[in-house]
Design a protein around this ligand. Structure first.
Ligand code: CA
Length: 502
């Protein structure tokens, strides 16, 4: 078991694999000058004031004061470098062809003509507005109790509730983000094309806007203001749900090529090991999936921003590179308008986990995208049109990225964490991968896979990556359940709305 991890030859810092006391000689001539917490950095050489602090082969920041060899380096000791420019980024100069072979090329999914397959068979009940949630939640409880057990091929019933729909500036240019997200979630592959909408009747987000005029029929839509009292509302919702459940119950899994599989990658509660173990393992699995024909989304704009030039190099065309740059510019302005910058991202937990700043967090975060060519860039909540590795721009917030990726149509999400989060989604399974073994020991029944043995040197990234690849296909095929699905750890859908509230 190793005591520290140094990532590239250029690095002048390394991270300790466990809490390390003062006075330990970690490398010949490098003796710890402080007590160094697990995952935190120490200097491998004397770094002068204003000198570069390098990890992942990139400059994380500049030393505010001289840092002595063996000293602990924390978030208070670095000055953040300027973000890389998004103008004229070279594209297509790092197109990797020799991806790791996918050991399996098919999975068992629900065919979904014209789009990616479903991984689950779920009745999704859409809402046009928050106002209906209370009534709908009562109805869903009743549906789960009285109806769902009769339809054995249906996995679940979920109400797609949200804070949008009314009291919002629906004509604001940025209203396109929440509207597109809700429109696309209604078309999620796990809902099997069965539309069911509960509306209030006076909201700004009309049924026509949500699902199209052609779908606004009495077979698909219940308007609460047209119902005579509460009991009639519950009866109407349950009656419609039963008709939809009967149709969904006829769906069957089929053996499908991986080209029918769309998955999302996300991380949250990251630590300084995330970029050493969990995210690179996920990246290896992503490369295998892409090699096998699947499509993989990765997201989180503030966690890509400082490595954006590395993503641009993998873009297959000028058009893809241009859209990447446009998404970054839009978000830079969004943050600027809020009088913050990307340094607003790291959390106290990230810092406790050894991440000094957003550059270090970003370098770890983009590792989960693997090395495959980037074939498309999506705006938040857009649906992909290509197969392969795709950058789907979304905020990095876990509970905002999740719904954005659902809107893009992911059949499942793979979620990497260092500090731990019980986050999950009702509409698609979420697999948890942790960066260190202590996390798995702390939450053995929430974390599905630990990449911690990569930190200690007992396993390679390819070992954990292959294990994760197989787990992803087993979960997609309905053979296995991740813990977040087993325990129904379903977070509220926080829909990204950068437009004004009225
Ligand atoms: Ca996140």
């Amino acid at each position: 078991m190793r005591d520290y991890v140094k990532l590239t030859d250029r690095d002048n810092v390394a991270v300790v694999t466990h809490d390390t006391p003062k006075g330990v000689e970690l490398l010949p001539g490098v003796v710890t000058r402080d007590e160094i917490p697990q995952a935190h950095k120490f200097a491998l050489v004397d770094i002068p004031k204003d000198g570069e602090v390098i990890r992942y082969g990139v400059v994380l920041g500049y030393a505010l004061d001289e840092i002595k060899k063996g000293a602990w380096i924390n978030e208070y000791m670095l000055r953040l470098p300027v973000s890389p420019s998004v103008d004229n980024m070279p594209w297509g100069v790092n197109i990797k062809k020799d991806l790791p072979q996918a050991p399996r090329k098919t999975f068992l999914g629900y065919r979904n003509p014209g789009f990616y397959a479903g991984t689950r068979n779920i009745l999704g009940i859409q809402t046009t507005v928050q106002c209906v949630e209370g009534v709908l939640n009562v109805a869903v409880e009743k549906i789960k109790r009285e109806l769902l057990p009769k339809y054995k091929n249906v996995d679940d019933v979920t109400a797609v509730t949200h804070a949008y729909g009314c009291g919002v500036a629906i004509k604001a240019p940025n209203a396109k983000f929440p509207i597109r997200a809700l429109q696309n979630i209604a078309k999620h592959p796990n809902f099997g094309g069965q539309l069911m909408v509960v509306s209030l009747g006076c909201e700004k987000l009309t049924v026509d806007m949500l699902v199209g005029e052609e779908n606004n029929t009495p077979e698909n839509v219940i308007v609460l203001q047209d119902c005579k009292g509460f009991d009639a509302m519950i009866s109407a919702i349950c009656d419609m749900a039963e008709k939809k459940l009967k149709i969904l119950n006829e769906r069957r899994r089929e053996e499908l090529p991986l080209s029918d599989l769309l998955i999302g990658m996300q991380c949250g509660g990251s630590d300084a090991f995330s970029g050493v173990s969990a995210n690179p393992s996920a990246g290896y699995a992503a490369d295998m999936l892409v090699q096998g024909g699947a499509t993989v989304l990765f997201s989180e704009i503030t966690e890509v921003r400082d490595g954006v030039h590395l993503i641009a190099e993998r873009c297959v065309s000028e058009e893809v590179r241009n859209k990447l740059a446009d998404e970054m510019r839009w978000y830079d302005k969004y943050l600027l308008d809020g009088e913050v910058d990307r340094s607003a991202n790291p959390t106290p937990g990230n810092k406790k986990g050894g991440l000094s700043n957003i550059v270090e967090k970003a370098m770890g975060s983009i590792a989960k995208s693997g090395t495959s060519p980037i074939v498309e860039v999506l705006s938040p909540a857009e649906r992909p049109t290509k197969h392969g590795e795709i950058y789907a721009a979304t905020p990095a917030s876990d509970i905002v990225c999740g719904p954005c990726q659902l809107a893009s149509g992911i059949g499942l999400q793979v979620f990497m964490t260092g500090r731990g989060t019980p986050y999950g989604l009702a509409a698609a399974p979420v697999i948890k991968v942790c960066s260190r073994n202590e996390m798995k020991e702390q939450w053995p029944d929430i974390i599905d896979i630990s990449a911690g043995d990569v930190v200690t040197g007992e396993k390679n990234i390819s070992d954990v990556g292959t294990e994760l690849f197989n787990f992803i296909l087993d979960v997609a095929s309905g053979i296995k359940q991740p813990y977040s699905e087993k325990y129904k750890l379903h977070n509220y859908l926080c829909i990204f709305n950068p437009a004004p509230i009225t």
